[in-house]
Design a protein around this ligand. Structure first.
Ligand code: GLN
Length: 479
């Protein structure tokens, strides 16, 4: 059997269409590969797909193409745990809108991937089912919270996967695993069936090997959904049509100086980012330095808003309606024991912080102020886009770090969102693309950031870069 592991969706489609391999062979191949690389702990469950193969629509744009789904997105009749003990064994009663649309397109959903518990974390280490390993270096984390989805694509377990991005959980792991990761505009992709963490920040995101593949998947999942009133009035659209291998004429790229020249950025990540900018210059782009005064306030503002929303969203896990239920005392003790035993340490800490910043007497100081800062961040992006088409920042400040490295440094862990969370606060799209490696073979990623609904421009820009570079084609040697 041909080595299919690192083929793109585009290449796999060609093989299936020409009859060289059957969808069935493709699925068997990737299932076996998941089994052979189970030590990565990227996948929590590989489904029994026998019935799925039969039903595969031959005509959809993703017909027979396998992918993985983060364990916080509902798949009808399948389990979904959000990598938490409180939902262990919970079975979904419906499909998330993104799942229904992917099935409609013929995609084969192979299983569900590991993640930080309830998407809270930046390393994959808060999962109740053990940490995920980075395929490039198994002693290191793959980033998080969509750790398993990123590791699965990087390890060649599937050509694409879905994640969710509340503060960077698609882009940061994409960067640390050397693949592409898209966080769409808030409201472009339906959140119906995505377990809520920070509802005003959450978006389903896409992992893939190339900008083109990312566009293919986005074309299937994006667009208005009557089941999610926060979706935007956007029609179904083919995002691959603008990918012609060239950048937009006269493209102006603004480079956020506070990110590139601020303290705390790893020098090799900086070097790779500057190298990538040179490539964009060769492609015809104009590179201009821009200043983003609010960058340093993003993480603090995100910290407050995300915890406040998390505390409210996770109140529903009370032992009555979902999953675990510890009923050995009165009602109050059921709430307490279920939530204490069911949630992990990180989740409990966030719920406490969230309730604190919303509490009477404190909300004015924390939550209301954070909302003000959020408005200022949004406005600053808007102003920056008056003078440039896209902005650039690294996707992460340090390369993939050793497991346990930040066990005693929570602040350093929380600052992992430094370069990513401002775009969630502003609701704008950002695309992380691989732009090189460190001397010890760890991938580094760079974000292309655009105004609301500029996904097409971001994907086009990244595609042009990927036509003349090969960073996205490097793969870890696992075997
Ligand atoms: N690392 C961030 C957090 O823990 C982002 C998580 C996410 O995007 N889901 O909140």
């Amino acid at each position: 059997m041909k080595n299919l592991a690192f083929l793109s969706i585009k290449e796999l489609k060609a093989l299936i269409n020409s009859g060289e391999v059957s969808s069935k062979q493709v699925i068997e191949y990737f299932k076996e590969r998941a089994h052979n690389h189970s030590d990565l702990n990227a996948v929590l469950e590989v489904f029994d797909t026998a019935s799925v193969i039969e039903k595969t629509e031959a005509s959809g744009s993703l017909a027979g193409i396998p992918g993985y789904i983060k364990d916080n997105i509902a798949q009808n009749t399948r389990k979904m745990s959000c990598a938490s003990k409180i939902l262990e064994g919970f079975e979904c009663a419906y499909d998330a809108t993104v799942i229904a649309r992917l099935k409609q397109a013929g995609a084969v959903l192979l299983g569900r991937t590991n993640m930080d518990e309830f998407a809270m974390g930046s390393s994959g280490e808060t999962s109740a089912f053990g940490p995920t390993k980075n395929p490039w270096n198994k002693e290191c984390v793959p980033g998080g919270s969509s750790s398993g989805s990123a590791a699965a694509v990087a390890a060649g377990l599937a050509p694409w996967a879905l994640g969710s991005d509340t503060g960077g959980s698609v882009r940061q792991p994409a960067g640390m695993c050397g693949i592409v990761g898209l966080k769409p505009t808030y409201g472009l992709v339906s959140r119906y069936g995505l377990t809520a963490y920070g509802s005003s920040l959450d978006q389903v995101g896409i992992f893939a090997r190339s900008s083109y593949d990312t566009a293919l998947v986005l074309s299937e999942i994006a667009g208005r959904d009557l089941k999610d009133s926060s979706t935007l009035d956007v029609e179904k659209h083919d995002y691959t049509s603008a990918l012609q291998g060239t950048i937009k004429k006269g493209l102006k790229i603004g480079v956020i100086q506070e990110a590139l020249n601020g303290e705390g950025l790893d020098p090799e990540i900086k070097k790779n980012t500057e190298q990538a900018l040179k490539e964009f210059e060769k492609l015809g782009a104009t590179i201009v330095p821009v200043s983003m005064k609010t960058l340093e306030y993003g993480a603090a503002c995100y910290f407050i808003v995300s915890r406040a929303e998390a505390a409210s969203n996770l109140a529903r896990f009370d032992g009555v309606r979902y999953g675990m239920s510890k009923r050995d005392g009165d009602l109050n003790s059921m709430y307490k024991t279920t939530r204490h035993d069911g949630f992990g340490k990180e989740v409990r800490a966030r719920i406490m912080v969230g309730n604190y910043v919303l509490s009477v007497g404190h909300a004015g100081k924390f939550y209301t102020n954070a909302q003000r800062v959020r408005r200022i961040i949004r406005k600053e992006f808007k102003d920056m886009f008056d003078t440039v088409d896209v902005l650039v920042m690294p996707s992460h400040s340090v390369p993939a770090f050793k497991m346990g490295a930040y066990d005693n440094n929570k602040l350093a862990m929380d600052l992992q969102d430094y370069f990513t969370c401002s775009m969630n606060l502003a609701g704008i799209p950002a695309l992380s693309i691989p732009v090189g490696f460190t001397a010890d073979q760890k991938p580094t990623g760079m974000q292309l950031i655009g105004p609301h609904l500029s996904e097409e421009l971001l994907l086009q820009t990244a595609d042009a870069y990927q036509q003349v570079t090969s960073w996205h084609k490097h793969n870890p040697s696992l075997d």
